[in-house]
Design a protein around this ligand. Structure first.
Ligand code: NAI
Length: 243
């Protein structure tokens, strides 16, 4: 069908990315999931998207690798039509105090969270330009807006994502392509499984007084993907933390 649209969701096997994939499948998007790690989680997400009547497929690919992402985007282009949306959601944390942070923990977080988003944009931008349209949403974090003690690597990577988003937005705007970011606060996923609402001082800093759900972030991604006149925006989904 000529009007079918495909969305690539990195880190779409679980957590926030999985919810984004499911909500986009609800809207009729075909879904290409790029992930690393648990194959069963990816298979489950693909099957759940397919149940909604769309085409879905998962690709194991380390977003930190320029060559792997290039090959994976080429594969996705063979498998799917009309790639219209890219959601750069894959991310990791390797927390530690800066005075003790291992070089490899700095490098890996910057490579996955920031270079990963660059790699995916780099290999899809030409396609969006040729198609005269497209939408990119990058998942940043309130850590990137405010800084977070113990997360110098993560905060730097997510602040970098904001700069990447704005530069990309300016560069691709004349081609009708939008690029925005979502900055979540504390969202209930595997990444935050050590934070519980009753014991954490951290949670007292949330004006709305509770953690967010993956559905809260997915709703913001869907909104930005459906908004042709919003670009270069950073939309916080954080219960008010960074206002
Ligand atoms: P998660 O740990 O549940 O899922 C991470 C996903 O990224 C998985 O699908 C995994 O396969 C993928 N991934 C990790 N490294 C990869 C690599 N090198 N190549 C390809 N895929 C890779 O994480 P969660 O909580 O769903 O987070 C998703 C995004 O949201 C991340 O970018 C995270 O930094 C961001 N975020 C999460 C918050 C939270 O409270 N959970 C708060 C703010 C931002």
């Amino acid at each position: 069908m000529a009007d079918r649209k495909t969305a690539i969701v990195t880190g779409g096997s679980r957590g926030i990315g999985r919810e984004v994939a499911l909500r986009l499948a609800d809207l009729g998007y075909d879904i290409a999931i790029v992930y690393i790690g648990d194959e069963n989680e990816a298979k489950e997400t693909v099957a759940d998207c397919e149940k909604k009547g769309v085409k879905a497929k998962s690709y194991i690919c380390n977003v930190a690798s320029f060559e792997d992402t290039k090959a994976t985007v080429a594969e996705i282009r063979k498998d799917f039509e009309n790639i219209f949306a890219l959601v750069n959601n894959a991310g990791i944390t390797r927390d530690g105090l800066i005075a003790f942070m291992k070089e490899e923990d700095w490098d890996s977080v910057l490579s996955v969270n920031l270079k990963g988003a660059f790699n995916m944009i780099r290999h899809t931008a030409g396609l969006f330009i040729r198609n005269k349209g497209g939408r990119i949403v990058n998942i940043s974090s309130v850590s990137g807006l405010m800084g977070n003690a113990g997360q110098a690597n993560y905060s730097a990577s997510k602040a970098g994502v904001v700069g990447l988003t704005k530069a990309t937005a300016r560069e691709l705007a004349p081609k009708g392509i939008t690029c925005n970011a979502v900055a979540p606060g504390f969202i209930r996923t595997d990444m935050t499984k050590n934070i519980t609402e009753d014991n954490s001082e951290l949670l007292r800093t949330i004006p709305l007084g509770k953690m967010g759900e993956v559905s809260d972030v997915a709703a913001a991604v869907v909104f930005l993907l459906s908004s042709p006149y919003i670009t270069g925006e950073v939309l916080r989904v954080d219960g008010g933390i960074a206002m």
